[in-house]
Write a protein that binds this ligand. Sequence first.
Ligand SMILES: [Zn+2]
Length: 397
Amino acid sequence: MMNVSTLKKASQKNRSAMTRFMRDLVRIPSYSCQEKEVVHRIAEEMHKTGFDKIFLDKMGNCIGKIGRGKTVILIDGHIDTVQVTPSQNWTLNPFGGVMKNNRIYGRGAADQKGATPAMVYAGKLIKELGLEDDYTLYITCTCQEEDCDGLPILHIVEKEHIQPNFVVITDSTDMKLHRGHRGRMEIKVTMKGKSCHGSMPQLGVNAVYKMAPLIEEIETLNQSLHTDPFLGKGTVVVSKIECQTPSLNAVPDECVIYLDRRLTLGETKELALRQIRQMPHAKGAKIELLQYAATSWTGLKVAQEKYFPTWVTAEDHWLVKAGLEAGKYALGRKPVLTRWTFSTNGVASAGRLKIPTIGFGPGKEELAHTVQEYVEIEDMVKASIFYATLPKIIVQK
Ligand SMILES: [Zn+2]
């Protein structure tokens, strides 16, 4: 249908421009809610590569549009990163845009700025090689994913009224094709006690002591959680503990724990909350789902519950088949078909909105959030072929 060597040649011609662009992206810090500068840099590059329309939405996501055909396809990559903290021992400048051994290193290189040049230059390939068809393609470079996965996609669909029929998430897959991942949620458990002087503990009720057996029950629950053959096991872990006490010479009157709950197939937020509420030592405890609230770089106030539903797209779904086909153009072979370990914006597109979703992107998942993050330049070039060919394959169903 499309000529492999033409695609290869045309994509390799963009290699140095993509490399320059990627080094710039790494040089511009873009923590969640602080993406303004990187968003403008991306819009500038989209203007060079020939998108029909380029705009920033109210949340500050940068969106490039091609075509006006019937099938709406959205290819999404988040452009925010986690922080660089003083305690981490980076051996190179995380914001240097360092290039060596045909790789680009730095914060966000693997998770997941490396997909942005591929997405933007896919637009150029589509225009140059005449790959437009009966589709409308949105390339979305989105904000605040690291803080609240799925939020930008929900915003784009519900507030900006873009209604995709198919979604591709470009978060790091190391050039494999992904079709799902576990969901997650954040739970807060508050246990009340009664404080009194530490010299007479028998007069109070120690909130920490009340919490202790519940913590043990949570770990027992963790060991017994369901395992799905494709997605893996559901898990629950105490990720933080704090207590309120009048002084160090007192009995604490409140203890709070936070739970990181990973949800495998079939596990919902109702089930996960019920499991904690039903524990013998949860009596009297307040158990709640946490809420996310923040202000986007544009000043927009955004909020949602911290529940990120599990999703899987069936192996025999047309989108998966189209992804394997596009993979052949990009890699010269069928990509490995698997799933993510971490969570992505797919929790909104597939998990909440039930839009068929797959994932494909450069960068290794296991390098995400580490000090060794890098992306292979060659993988960015190959991924641009994937994103350029997939929309046409999808509509030729
Ligand atoms: Zn990511």
